[in-house]
Design a protein around this ligand. Structure first.
Ligand SMILES: [Zn+2]
Length: 88
């Protein structure tokens, strides 16, 4: 990150949650789908090496502080985190 970018970042600050007003640097993403595990009773850790296949029925991004659902669209969530509020 260059010096100029650091200054801009400090002046603008992080985006804030419209509900609880917390500064947000990341969002929780929930997706529905199927999770596969390797189930092996002979192994000491029987649930290992999982694979997730999203089914796109549920996909939302919420505030890590108050759990308010802020976005259901990855592009808008990215724009919000990058400080482009016009993307909401
Ligand atoms: Zn919040």
């Amino acid at each position: 990150m260059s010096v100029k970018e650091e200054v801009i970042k400090r002046l603008i600050g992080n985006p804030r949650c419209p509900k609880c007003n917390s500064e947000i640097t990341w969002l929780r993403n929930y997706q529905s789908g199927k999770m596969y595990y390797m189930f092996d009773p002979e192994n000491s850790s029987i649930y290992e090496e999982n694979e997730f296949q999203a089914d796109s029925k549920v996909n939302y991004y919420n505030c890590p502080q108050c759990a308010e659902i802020l976005f259901t669209d990855e592009e808008k969530a990215l724009k919000f985190l990058r400080g482009d509020l016009s993307g909401r």
